[in-house]
Design a protein around this ligand. Structure first.
Ligand code: ADP
Length: 498
């Protein structure tokens, strides 16, 4: 440890600072001087900064660390003590503190220096990376299982025409899809992948999310009131993640309401704080509310009051991570009339707003922006001319990579993609979009001449997007396009265009 000039701890400020004291104050090394028992701390600004609001007073550190530092021998040799993350306070970093004893009069003082424990930080990063990998393989396995559930359920759905039984299967399919999204979100969190932002109309996202849990609310006897004005500004975010937030809040409210007798009321409302330029989502219930003692803890990962097997304690912490990453906030309060109210605030940025407004324009029957993705140039040009004749603007892309580049630059109302292509094929393009840009994935119409291929059939079933068989007649093709432009965004039953 480089020896700092040790200011006299007994008479710290009586005389003007000497050179030694100035060096101590200005040193980039975090240094402190204490008496032999690690009390009467004098420290420099680098020391205070290193501890970042956590306890910089050795007297508050774990006893074992204090005892070992205090035992620094008077022969000038040093003692190193590692402080684990959290030892100096809830957010305390991993540190190495070095102590050296220096004689002063009849006693001695201790010179301390501290630095971040890079080895421990690296080890923590390695552990996090290993956990991320483990999570990735679990997610992969889960996705495989979910794919089977989805494929088999959708096959059954085709066989069962009975409306009420079929409706149950639809709910299984939607739940499996939602589960697939959740595991993917978890993986994103583990990898800290940045959220891909697209302009999002929260009224649509909230409406769709509420639909997903409507059955559950009905079964729990919950009266739902929604207020989702369609003309609110758009936010820049990720549809799946934002939908997940709504689902989490509504599900939590539903669980809480199960604890109280009828009437059980839930309201989901959107508003806009024009001064702060924040979109506001309020989810309020008349349930038991939240005991003040746990109000802060409910946002912590793995905190749950639900019975074993019911709660993971991850819902709200995932919401917090998402919302914070979008520059927003999430708060909760107990309503005076009883029950809890969650408020999510999401920023609306001017640039995103303009882009979003353009993207959210009602999709006209004519004049839509369409991207045709096919490596068969002659066919692609023919389709382009058909679409132009209908008044649409049609761009061409030669394969999936080319398509992704174009989709990144502008928003299309409809993507019409071939499956087999020389470069990135249609299935890979779809998977990329599902992962990174689900809104665009929900706007794909596939076309293929390979309609009887069982592997492809499986893919179409899982994708849940319409497919048109090549060769097609012009009228039929244009009517499918018109139909899709009228309802893009909603998932159509698989293979429904044919
Ligand atoms: P989980 O739902 O798995 O318990 P969450 O993070 O979503 O995990 O929620 C954490 C806790 O917050 C819940 O266990 C519950 O105690 C509390 N909570 C959340 N929403 C409500 C609500 N609307 N009313 C009362 N308590 C709630």
């Amino acid at each position: 440890m480089p020896e700092p000039a040790a200011p006299d701890t007994d008479q710290p400020r009586r005389r003007p600072p000497g050179l030694g004291e100035l060096a101590f104050e200005r040193s980039p090394l975090a240094q402190a001087v204490t008496d032999g028992g690690l009390r009467r701390l004098r420290c420099n600004p680098a020391w205070t900064a290193l501890f970042g609001g956590q306890s910089a007073e050795p007297a508050h550190w774990p006893d074992e660390a204090v005892t070992r530092l205090a035992a620094a021998p008077p022969d000038g040799s040093t003692v190193d003590v590692r402080l684990a993350p959290g030892a100096t306070g809830p957010d305390g970093p991993a540190l190495v503190v070095t102590a050296r004893a220096v004689r002063r009069g009849r006693g001695h003082v201790l010179l301390l220096s501290a630095r971040r424990d890079e080895a421990a930080i690296d080890a923590a990063a390695e552990r996090a990376a290993a956990l991320g990998q483990l999570l990735a393989s679990i997610v992969h396995e889960l996705n495989n299982q979910l794919s089977t559930i989805l494929a088999q359920t959708q096959l059954l759905r085709r066989l069962i025409r009975n409306q009420s039984h079929g409706g149950r299967l639809d709910r299984v399919v939607e739940a499996a899809r939602q589960s697939a999204r959740i595991v993917t979100n978890l993986l994103d969190l583990a990898r800290r992948r940045p959220i891909r932002r697209t302009p999002v109309a929260m009224a649509d996202v909230t409406g769709r999310a509420v639909e997903l849990v409507r059955g559950r609310l009905e079964r729990a006897g919950v009266e739902l009131a929604t207020d989702l004005p369609a003309d609110l500004p758009l936010v820049a975010g990720d549809t799946t993640g934002l939908g997940q937030i709504v689902v989490n809040l509504v599900t939590n409210a539903c669980d809480a309401l199960a604890e109280v007798p009828q009437p059980r009321r839930l309201s989901v409302a959107l508003g806009f704080d024009a001064d702060a330029r924040m979109l506001e989502l309020r989810v309020a219930d008349n349930g038991p509310g939240i005991p003040p003692a746990i109000m802060k803890r409910i946002f912590q990962p793995f905190f749950t009051t639900k019975p074993e097997g019911m709660g993971t304690g991850l819902g709200l912490s995932l919401c917090v991570t998402q919302v914070k990453e979008l520059g927003g906030s999430i708060t909760v309060s107990n309503r005076p009339e009883g029950g809890a109210e969650f408020l999510v605030r999401l920023p609306v940025s001017a640039g995103d707003q303009a882009a979003a407004a353009a993207a959210a324009m009602p999709r006209p029957a004519g004049g839509a922006a369409i991207l045709v993705i096919d490596d068969d140039q002659a066919l692609a040009r023919y389709i382009q001319s058909l679409l132009r004749r209908e008044g649409h603007a049609a761009d061409l892309a030669g394969d999936g990579v080319d398509a992704l580049r174009r989709i990144d630059r502008r928003r299309y109302d409809l993507l019409i993609s071939d499956i087999h292509m020389a470069g990135m094929d249609g299935a890979t393009l779809f998977q990329r979009l599902e992962r990174d840009d689900p809104e665009s994935a929900a706007r794909i119409l596939f076309m293929t001449g390979d309609i009887a291929n069982p592997e492809l059939e499986q893919f179409f079933l899982l994708a849940g997007r319409p497919v048109i068989a090549k060769p097609f007649d012009d009228e039929r093709f244009l009517s499918v396009v018109a139909q899709l432009l009228g309802r893009t965004g909603s998932r159509s039953p698989p293979g429904s265009a044919e």
